[in-house]
Write a protein that binds this ligand. Structure first.
Ligand SMILES: Cc1cc2nc3c(=O)[nH]c(=O)nc-3n(C[C@H](O)[C@H](O)[C@H](O)COP(=O)(O)O)c2cc1C
Length: 319
């Protein structure tokens, strides 16, 4: 069976134009960047922009929210629906490792507190049911891989957290195979996801962590028993990874030159022009896309001196 592929929430990089390019390349679903509920309630423009979903992508875009205070969730969901009446799934972030969030038991800081996980999941379930939306949670597997002073259950908390989320009524969970303290750079592991899948056949589990190509996708799906996966940083480097994963498209992965990624760059810039984004809003995307290419450093010099997307597009045409 063909797996379902998702482009996950990526703060500061998962903008509307980038979501369009990955969806066009073959991602079945894309996520908005994590949006702070309290900020959208204050009409903060930067956070509201994250919620921009083009009409032709309302069927495949999932909104990710996070609250300082869960009591604000209903107002945040109502606001999300005012901006995008056709939203169908609300995802709640339980994975962000930023210390400013973790210290307040927000994002990934919550994974060591199953009671709080359950109370947030309950609230999310109740409100989503009221507004006819699908509730889901994205969560890490634990706090730290091992700690001699702690029991395994205090480190790898995913089994208890899944039990609590399920108890609250939620049946869709995206699991990032890293602990909070792994940040993003330690390799992800998938044995924990496999155990969750085996023990919870009534919950839809989506695997996440280190999918880089068709081989790693196949291996992670086989290992975990999942039928769907999130592809994050590899898609930031090359949005056409979704073509490889869905259409037997052959990508040149080793020793890539800038001209090898010219179609991706031009596709992306075309969307950026249509969506009216500025260079500063897409700079990180272009840095990511060119970081492992020969000639990338020269490209980034041009990028740093450029203030105009159309001018940059003309430069890319000459590559
Ligand atoms: C720069 C960056 C920003 C991210 N922002 C978010 C976010 O806003 N919400 C979220 O749930 N995960 C966020 N993540 C985590 C990713 O969604 C994903 O879980 C992680 O990158 C692991 O997948 P990968 O190994 O395929 O990259 C972010 C990751 C990175 C690298």
């Amino acid at each position: 069976m063909k797996p379902t592929l998702y482009f996950p929430p990526i703060n500061k990089l998962g903008n509307v134009s980038y979501r369009r390019i990955v969806a066009n390349a073959g991602a079945d679903f894309v996520f908005t960047e994590m949006t702070r509920v309290e900020k959208i309630l204050e009409d903060d423009e930067f956070q509201l922009r994250k919620l921009k979903i083009p009409a032709n992508m309302s069927h495949n875009t999932i909104v990710q929210l996070i609250c300082d205070d869960i009591e604000n969730l209903e107002a945040g969901i109502k606001k999300t629906l005012e901006v995008n009446p056709n939203v169908f799934e609300i995802n709640y972030n339980m994975g962000c490792p930023q210390s400013s969030m973790c210290s307040k038991e927000m994002g990934g800081g919550i994974v060591g507190n199953p009671d709080k996980v359950e109370s947030i999941a309950k609230k999310l379930y109740e409100i989503c049911t009221k507004y006819n939306l699908k509730p889901s949670i994205k969560i890490r597997i634990g706090i730290i891989r091992s700690d001699t002073r702690k029991e395994e259950s205090e480190c790898i908390t995913i089994y208890e957290n899944v039990k609590r989320i399920k108890q609250a009524g939620i049946k869709k969970i995206y699991i990032h195979g890293r602990c909070l303290r792994d940040g993003y750079h330690k390799p992800a592991t998938h044995a924990e996801i496999a155990r969750v899948v085996k023990e919870n056949p009534d919950v839809e589990i989506i695997a996440n962590g280190d999918i880089k190509d068709s081989e790693s996708l196949k291996s992670i799906l086989t290992q975990t028993g999942c039928q769907s996966a999130l592809v994050g940083r590899a898609a930031l480097e090359d949005p056409y990874i979704f073509k490889e994963l869905t259409q037997n498209y052959k990508r040149n992965k080793q020793g890539r030159e800038l001209k090898d990624i010219k179609p991706q760059l031009l596709d992306f810039l075309q969307y950026v022009i249509e969506d009216n984004l500025s260079i500063s809003q897409i700079k990180h995307n272009l840095m990511y896309m060119t970081k492992n290419t020969q000639g990338g450093a020269e490209f980034r010099k041009v990028l740093n001196n450029s203030n105009d997307v159309k001018e940059l597009e003309s430069y890319c045409k000459t590559l």
